[in-house]
Design a protein. Structure first.
Length: 95
């Protein structure tokens, strides 16, 4: 499940701060990480048996084992985060 760049769940730790830049213009600081980022960071590890299957099934030509491992973990964390956002949306009356 690839993230389509749509709803990322909004900011995980919103902080409403505004200030002035050097030119006197009002600026708002970054809201920080999104809920998707948060869920990705806290995704559980892959069980070893599933991890081995992914490593074998998804190795691309010329990739080292470390490259495959990093890609598989990143994809798994993205899938997990997207599933968490769907469930979160349901609990808030979403689709």
């Amino acid at each position: 499940m690839a993230h389509d760049g749509g709803d990322d769940g909004g900011p995980a730790f919103p902080i409403e701060r505004t200030g002035l830049d050097q030119g006197g213009r009002i600026v708002q600081q970054s809201p920080g990480m999104s809920m998707r980022d948060y869920f990705m960071a806290h995704a559980p590890g892959l069980p070893a048996r599933i991890h081995e299957q992914f490593m074998t099934a998804t190795k691309r030509s010329g990739e080292t084992d470390l490259q495959v491992y990093a890609r598989v973990i990143a994809e798994w964390r993205g899938w997990y985060a997207d599933a968490m956002l769907v469930e979160r949306s349901k609990s808030r009356g979403g689709k």
